[in-house]
Design a protein around this ligand. Structure first.
Ligand code: EPU
Length: 436
């Protein structure tokens, strides 16, 4: 366990330079070679929030230095953390809480700021966090987070655009989540580690990022059993200590390159993956006829086969992830017939469809389902993106399309994909970043 040491206060990065980024792609180039997968954004974000649970230094390895992670790191700095970002690593400690206020600017940039509520309440008894932002992909409630924390003894009210929460020491509870929530599970798990008594959480999210957070919390001295199952038992402690933690590979990034490998002419090795985390995607792609070899930490995909259409429904892990829905939709525009993709997690996550149609795709939205006509001939166009995974879907569209595709507002892509243009260039893509 690394000892706490005084390091520089966390500096607030300047994001303005990112806002006008545009990506330009000339499609139709075959992608070949190796691509290494970064650490998981959605594991790193709650794990950074867990820093608030201890006064000692936490060291993170295999960190994806994407914009959302930098914003979360800056949010820690605002409330008193000291630390440094290295080469895919972060060392950070919060010896004392300087301010319980997480600013509007920070919270609007990443939804993950809501994850600070549980840890701040648990260790400091007070938190003021703006209502969370993040991708505009439909209604994104946090009522289960708040209900759970209230049951643990917190008093919570809204003050302007902030959630203000106070408590004496949180108390252990039995709580069954009324619906599956990833960050809700993470928030209550973290809160429970320092609560008085035992907390039993039922109907917990099973996502690998939740399990990775539990691994970190245990490394910090938390007493948790039932990891990887729907019922998790946390015996509260009076304090947690420092730790050194390696973040799991990003299954959504790996899935995105796996999908890219299925395009005609491509031949890609995706390295540093955890194949078990992508069972649902592998089943769908193989069902379509994709040629994929899986070994311990690697996928090898050869494109070029004619792909059958698919019927897909998003669902909580281990089901097919909503975070790969847009990217798979791009691939399905190339299948040999009509596919249907039903989105059950978020109620407005089809922004990519209209933009893919500008490239020549034929996608119709019928309620919660995208109906995708296959064998579309995509041609380059100017596109605009509104959210992270839609951006990735448009980049994939640009790689298939003949001619030049321009994607404006590409800041979104960098919120969650580390060095995607560089990684694609190394595979042979003609892709450039243009600063607006
Ligand atoms: N929900 C409620 N009440 C709650 C919490 C959630 O009704 O208190 C509903 C939501 O409205 C939504 C559904 O439950 O319809 C699922 O929401 P969940 O809470 O699971 O989503 P999240 O925790 O806000 C995380 C990821 C998302 C990912 C979803 C689903 C992080 C930081 N974010 O969000 O990632 O799409 O789980 O897997 O972990 C992304 O990376 O692009 C991204 C959006």
């Amino acid at each position: 366990m690394p000892a706490a040491r005084a390091v520089e206060p966390v500096a607030r990065p300047n994001f303005h330079h990112m806002q006008n980024i545009t990506i330009s792609i000339r499609g139709g180039k075959p992608l070949r070679g190796n691509v290494a997968i970064s650490g998981a954004k959605n594991a790193t974000l709650p794990e950074l929030a867990a820093v608030c649970l201890s006064a000692e230094t936490i060291e993170f390895l295999n960190v994806p230095l994407v914009e959302d992670v930098k914003v979360m790191h800056a949010a820690l700095g605002e409330i008193g953390a000291q630390g440094e970002i290295g080469d895919n690593s972060i060392r950070v400690a919060m010896p004392v809480l300087r301010s319980p206020l997480v600013s509007l600017q920070t919270a609007r940039t990443t939804r993950a700021s809501v994850l600070l509520l549980g840890p701040l309440l648990a260790r400091h008894g007070y938190a003021k966090v703006s209502f969370p932002g993040g991708c505009p992909i439909g209604e994104r409630k946090i009522n289960f987070h708040l209900q759970g924390l209230e049951r643990m003894g917190a008093e919570i009210h809204a003050e302007d655009e902030y959630i203000v929460a106070r408590c004496r020491r949180l108390k252990g509870i039995e709580y069954d989540f009324p619906g599956k929530t990833v960050t809700g599970t993470e928030n209550l798990l973290m809160a429970a580690t320092l609560a008085e008594g035992t907390t039993v959480l039922g109907n917990c999210a099973l996502e690998p990022e939740v399990t990775d957070l539990i691994d970190l919390l245990k490394e910090m001295g938390a007493d948790i059993s039932g990891s990887g199952s729907e019922t998790i038992v946390v015996r509260g402690q009076t304090g947690l200590h420092g730790a050194s933690h390696r973040v799991i590979p990003d299954r959504i990034e790996a899935g995105t390159y796996l999908i890219a490998g299925c395009f005609a002419g491509n031949d890609i090795h995706v390295l540093g993956v955890e194949p078990e985390h992508l069972g649902s995607l592998l089943e769908i792609l193989r069902g379509m006829g994709a040629d994929i070899t899986v070994s311990a930490r690697e996928f090898h995909i050869k494109g070029g086969k004619s792909l059958a259409p698919a019927e897909v429904t998003t669902s909580p892990y281990p089901g097919f992830p909503t975070d790969l829905q847009a990217q798979l939709t791009t691939l399905l525009t190339q299948a040999s017939g009509v596919s249907r993709v039903r989105e059950t997690i978020f109620n407005d996550r089809f922004h990519h469809a209209g933009e893919l149609n500008r490239l020549g795709a034929e996608i119709k939205i019928e309620g919660d389902t995208a109906v995708i006509k296959g064998q579309a001939r995509l041609r380059g166009a100017a596109l605009k993106t509104t959210d992270l995974r839609a951006s990735a879907a448009l980049v994939l569209g640009g790689l298939i399309a003949e001619g030049k595709t321009i994607i404006q507002n590409s800041y979104q892509l960098f919120r969650g994909y580390e060095n995607m243009p560089d990684k694609l260039q190394k595979l042979g893509a003609d892709i450039k970043i243009i600063q607006g």
